[in-house]
Design a protein around this ligand. Structure first.
Ligand code: NAD
Ligand code: ZN
Ligand code: ZN
Length: 344
């Protein structure tokens, strides 16, 4: 085994990642070593690079929380996976396993949760250390590159739609048709929902239509809220906001039907004004949703294994990571870029 690996690291917030030659880590007790095959690039990786959020990762760190690879070494005492298994190392890197939230399958909000590619080094590296109790198990028949976007964008979209509590035959708005949103459209259709896609880019909206969206609204038009209310006959029962843009949040609340639920998953830094009278008088629920539990992960992957959901991916080598970040920030990535480690 070679003893060094390439890893793209954030050394300073707001600065380009630096590709370093680092020692391949050795799994300690209870850990596994994963040889990375593919890792999707999430908009969260941009927020991480820029230090956008109140909880900041320690520097330097390796981002990437859509890493898929093969288990190549086991630390002492590991029984949950075996060498040769294909696993994903997700945002929910580990949790305590015994707090009230862990016991209720709400482990993403565990106070001791660690986050992959954030508080722990992630998948923009040739090897990743992982916790075998929290890795995603990739179904046979899904390639590493196809699976990568599912372990963050997929599970987050799927869980977010469930959190809207919209039922088959009802309307959901998916606001933001990027990495998360293009999968959300597919999950929502597979779940029997009517979909109204909202974005600021006509190309993304055309893509949503190809993926099955029943209506599309460009948020740059004069009154996107009125357009959604018209298209959905009174507002959507569920609204999922994936857009990393503050104006989308107030608009999303306006697009929510009376007694509907607006689920927030995009995390642009900052705050947004809430139209209090409308929320109260229309009995609207506003709810945050943070990735998903391990059970949600298995369900989200099963949709793809059944052929009902497929990520649209563009493959790039690790050496292109800073150009990929630039394009993602500029809204120039059509759906999801996946770093393909076979291309190194
Ligand atoms: P992305 O860049 O791939 O897609 C964002 C999309 O939003 C683009 O299509 C863009 O055109 C569109 N958009 C921008 N402004 C808009 C507006 N005003 N109205 C409607 N659409 C608009 O990003 P992504 O990887 O899908 O991530 C989206 C957000 O979700 C990020 O903030 C990310 O950090 C967050 N995220 C949250 C979770 C969670 O668990 N809650 C998980 C993953 C990602
Ligand atoms: Zn993500
Ligand atoms: Zn816990």
């Amino acid at each position: 085994m070679t003893t060094y690996m390439q890893a793209a690291q954030v050394e300073q917030f707001g600065q380009p990642l630096v590709i370093q030659k680092l020692p391949i880590p050795t799994p300690g007790p209870g850990q596994i070593l994963v040889k990375t095959e593919a890792c999707g690039v999430c908009h969260t990786d941009l927020h991480a690079r820029d230090g956008d959020w109140p909880l900041k990762p320690g520097l330097p760190f390796t981002p990437g929380h859509e890493g898929i690879g093969i288990v190549v070494a086991l630390g002492d005492g590991v029984t949950a996976v075996k060498e040769g298994d294909r696993v994903g190392v997700p945002w929910l890197y580990s949790a305590c396993g015994h707090c009230e939230f862990c016991l209720a399958a709400k482990e993403p909000v565990c106070a001791e949760a660690q986050f992959g590619g954030y508080t722990q080094n992630g998948g923009f590296a040739e090897y990743i250390l992982a916790d075998p109790n929290y890795v995603a198990h990739i179904p046979a028949g899904l390639s590493a590159c196809d699976a990568a976007p599912l372990i963050c964008a997929g599970v987050t979209s799927y869980k977010g739609i469930k959190e809207t509590q919209a039922r088959p035959g009802e309307w959901v708005v998916i606001s933001g048709i990027g990495g998360l949103g293009h999968l959300a459209v597919q999950y929502a259709k597979a779940m029997g929902l009517h979909v109204c896609a909202v974005d600021i880019d006509d190309g993304k909206l055309a893509h949503a239509t190809r993926l099955g969206a029943d209506a599309v609204v460009n948020a740059k038009q004069d009154d996107p809220v009125a357009a959604v209310i018209e298209a959905t006959g009174g507002g959507a029962h569920g609204v999922l906001i994936t857009a990393p843009s503050l104006p989308a949040f107030k608009q999303g609340i306006g697009m929510t039907r009376k007694h509907g639920t607006c689920v927030l998953v995009g995390i642009p830094p900052g705050e947004f004004p809430t139209p209090l009278f409308d929320v109260v008088a229309n009995c609207i629920t506003i709810r945050g949703s943070f990735v998903g539990s391990r059970r949600d992960m298995a369900e989200a992957l099963a949709f793809a294994a059944d052929g009902k959901v497929k990520a649209d991916i563009e493959l790039q080598p690790l050496s292109a990571i800073n150009e990929v970040f630039r394009r993602l920030n500029a809204g120039e990535v059509p759906s999801r870029v996946v770093i393909d480690f076979a291309a190194q």
